[in-house]
Design a protein. Sequence first.
Lengths: 215, 123
Amino acid sequence: MHKIAEVEVQNDILIANKKLAKRNQRILDRAGVFAIDFLGAVGSGKTTLIEKLIERMDYSIGVIAGDIISKFDAERVKRYNIPVVGLNTGKECHLDAHLVEHGLEDLPLDKIDLLFIENVGNLICPVDFDLGSHMRIVIISATEGDDTVQKHPLIFKEADLVIINKVDLANAVGADINKMVEDVSSINPHVKVIKTSLKNDEGIEDVIEAILEAM
Amino acid sequence: MHELSMADAIIKTVIDAAEKNNAIEVLEVTIEIGELTLLNPEQIKFILEVLSEDTILEGAKFDIEIIPAKIECSCGYEGGVASDDGLDHYNPIISCPSCGKGDFKIIDGRECNIKNIKIEKEE
Ligand SMILES: Nc1nc2c(ncn2[C@@H]2O[C@H](COP(=O)(O)OP(=O)(O)OP(=O)(O)O)[C@@H](O)[C@H]2O)c(=O)[nH]1
Ligand SMILES: [Mg+2]
Ligand SMILES: [Zn+2]
Ligand SMILES: [Zn+2]
Ligand SMILES: [Zn+2]
Ligand SMILES: [Zn+2]
């Protein structure tokens, strides 16, 4: 005889990711590593910022670079002779806690104080996926248009620091930087917003200060 | 978009639950998706159907229930949000309907939960 039965499952995939993220954070804490997740649209300046921070911060730094198919960003960072893991997300548009766990396995965590995780360039998909980092930095740029904050509110809600980069190009593209700052503040009134031109080395010291404060 | 990997995780979870309960077939799957997740229910449903082929889920009916967003605002408001509904599901523009500001915590609306399944099993 066959019978029909209803079975409770109650298994939330996003909560499962959150649990893995918590586990990552415990691994990082045990090794004394402070981890930062860098999020932003394609080309907003994530890798450039990571490079400038490596050059200026006197800590032993490791990097996890998430990229859709390429290893370009990992290669760029490797020239600093620091531990770098390139995570290939394949078709995926975001890193998740499980992938990062594999990244952590490949890093000498006890030799690292500060871990930079570059997420896949995307303001949408990474929002739902905690990685276990201690700080989330969202970096957007003037060239994406000054309505980019309003279009992607959720990512700013989750941010611990927001950077508006490429202010040197604001006039050229007609972007109102102050509007972008105001939009961030209206979505997340407690978050610090820093304007930078990574090209002209402007604002980087403020970013370092904000990271040191959070550590 | 990550609907594919989410659907893949859903299928794996369902197969696991079905096997634990000695199912010979999965007839129905009920999934709750939060309004504020950046997941498109239509896409998820389509991919689930494709991925079900040649599994114990083949032909199963997927019910997707949308969990409305709920916030707790610094102004004291607790409840639903004003989103530009229907326009753009994965980018809800949200603000507190009471004070119009964004200083709130999200209570509900970020789920991707496999609630229950209906299975056929040997007596
Ligand atoms: N004009 C100007 N260009 C910048 C600035 N910051 C970065 N760039 C340039 O913008 C381009 C993209 O920078 P990346 O750091 O590679 O951006 P990314 O966010 O890592 O990009 P993906 O990893 O592809 O998502 C590079 O050519 C940088 O030199 C800036 O402040 N001003
Ligand atoms: Mg990059
Ligand atoms: Zn694995
Ligand atoms: Zn996606
Ligand atoms: Zn994704
Ligand atoms: Zn309010």
